[in-house]
Design a binder for this molecule. Structure first.
Ligand code: UD1
Ligand code: UDP
Length: 364
């Protein structure tokens, strides 16, 4: 069985790292295709080195651009590349980026079987580019690996019931595996001079926040009113939008950090304050309350007991959400029905290819 994996952005390297290991355990040949959507070493190369991802078979090197330019460039380069290669049993795409959408469209038009890992997520907000990418990808995929029952239900509401597997969340696998590797001791001085629970950890990169100066200003104003320093490893998208924004003294900007460092910083933060999808979940899994700088979340399970609170971009709402304490233990979600989510993804790939006769049998 031969799998082509298409990835291009930071969270996809993390998700693919655990599935890649599971594919190798099952003796399945994987061919990694990097679209080049993320290219700075601290958003890309660092993750390949640190997470033990095999070097990509190819980097399409598309880089940045508007949605149409970037998606179109990935499609053009990917189609050319795939036409020259043996047919895979599966093309696997992850999450909701422009690399996901472009990979899905090219696979569908070349009549290649398409699997979507992290299928079925919905924020119910079609103004988000990610929501458009998810809806189209789920419509095209023949195999849907859903992280939660909520995701399965979202697909069912859209009439998608075939090839739907509840696999659990591969990011939970990644959090567990790499947290054990990181050791999670108190963050070293090089990461932060502040003691455990003596700092907030923030990230901001969503288009709805970075591309709206009023929202971005509101977020920084809110962060500046908090009662402890705020560490902010800055995504380049946000760095490029800081002109005219007043960065308060308590907000400590730094370049993006590697995944093991990030997990350590999350574990010991007083709270995580973010508009990231992945970080909301990691915070709750690691027992650190989260405040989300958005008006809705696709990860609704995190909201239980106030472990994650939606604050949007309003300074007063951010301060109030940060001050509010969660109740009870952190919610559990994303667990695989049995074993690890990455192994369930591989089992779903194998089971479905046997049914459809796409492939030679695989060993798992
Ligand atoms: C993308 C995804 C988003 C995901 C995020 C993960 C889409 C539409 N968005 O957002 O869903 O949450 O990745 O981090 O696919 N840039 C650099 N260096 C890089 C990459 C980007 O400087 O290596 C800058 C460029 O100015 C670029 C901007 O960041 O225009 C945005 O990059 P892009 O990949 O388009 O989207 P992200 O905001 O990273
Ligand atoms: N992350 C990281 N270093 C950073 C910021 C984020 O390793 O400086 C990790 C984070 O822990 C999570 C993933 O990147 O696992 C989330 O990626 P991002 O927020 O870019 O994308 P999203 O999840 O919103 O799509």
């Amino acid at each position: 069985m031969r799998v082509y994996t298409i990835i291009g952005a930071r969270p996809q390297f993390i998700k693919a790292a655990v599935v890649s290991r599971a594919l190798a355990r099952a003796g399945i040949e994987e061919h990694l295709i990097h679209t080049g959507q993320h290219y700075d070493p601290e958003l890309s190369g660092t993750f390949f080195d640190e997470l033990g991802l095999p070097a990509p078979a190819v980097d399409l090197g598309v880089g940045s651009g508007s949605h149409a330019v970037q998606t179109g460039a990935i499609m053009t380069a990917l189609e050319r590349y795939l036409l020259d290669r043996p047919k895979p049993d599966w093309v696997v795409v992850y999450g909701d980026t422009n690399s996901t959408l472009a990979g899905a469209l090219v696979a569908a038009k070349l009549h290649l079987p398409l699997a979507h890992v992290e299928a079925g997520l919905r924020a119910m907000n079609r103004r988000m580019p990610e929501e458009v990418n998810r809806i189209v990808t789920d419509r095209l995929a023949g195999l849907h690996c859903c992280p939660t029952q909520t995701a399965v239900e979202n697909l069912r509401r859209e009439g998608i019931t075939r090839g739907v597997y509840l696999t659990g969340d591969v990011m939970l696998d990644a959090t567990r595996f790499f947290a054990a590797r990181a050791g999670m001791q108190v963050p070293p001085e090089a990461l932060t001079p502040h003691p455990p629970r003596g700092y907030y950890l923030a990230t901001i990169h969503r288009a709805e926040n970075t591309d709206d100066p009023a929202r971005l200003r509101g977020i920084f104003e809110g962060l500046g009113r908090l009662d402890a320093p705020v560490l902010l490893p800055l995504h380049p998208r946000t760095r490029n939008r800081l002109a005219g924004i007043d960065v308060p003294a308590g907000v400590e900007l730094q370049p993006p950090v590697g995944y093991l460092a990030m997990l350590t910083l999350v574990r010991h933060a007083r709270k995580v304050i973010t508009d990231s999808g992945g970080l909301q979940k990691e915070a709750v899994w690691l027992g650190t309350p989260c405040v989300t700088l958005r008006d809705e979340t696709e990860w609704t399970e995190t909201l239980a007991g106030g472990w994650n609170r939606l604050a949007g971009a309003d300074p007063a709402a951010i301060v109030a959400a940060v001050a509010a304490a969660p109740e009870g233990p952190p919610p559990a979600f994303g667990e695989a029905p049995e074993g690890r989510a990455a192994d369930r993804v591989v089992a779903a790939l194998c089971a479905t290819s046997r049914q459809t006769g796409f492939s030679t049998p695989c060993t798992s």
